[in-house]
Design a protein around this ligand. Structure first.
Ligand SMILES: [Zn+2]
Length: 101
């Protein structure tokens, strides 16, 4: 066994530079979550979504109106599955409060 100090990362697999051994990104695939919007539509990175209700931000000083369109979402781990930018600010949204646009 080589020590795999240099690893090439491909889209769906890793490759050891030293010996050429390749293996699937199993751990990542196993941990991948399916994130669904409020109506059960599967969301993906880069999707656009629309808020289905008003959402209060940071203690209620700011409100995101239902119907606001959010472009180029990114799915992330955590309580708020959607990372996005709204009016220039980065924020996290819960998938259950949006629908795919
Ligand atoms: Zn190797």
């Amino acid at each position: 066994m080589c020590e795999m100090t240099e690893i090439l990362e491909h889209a769906e697999r890793f490759e050891c530079v030293t010996c050429g051994h390749e293996w699937e990104k199993e751990s990542e695939a196993a941990g991948a979550r399916v994130v669904k919007d409020a109506f059960g539509t599967v969301l993906a990175d880069g999707d656009s979504v629309t808020l289905i209700k008003d959402l209060k931000l940071r203690g209620g000083s700011q409100v995101l109106k239902g119907g606001t369109k959010v472009k180029s979402i990114r799915l992330v781990d955590g309580d708020h599955e959607i990372s996005c930018k709204i009016e220039g600010s980065a924020m996290g949204l819960k998938a259950c409060f949006v629908k795919k646009a």
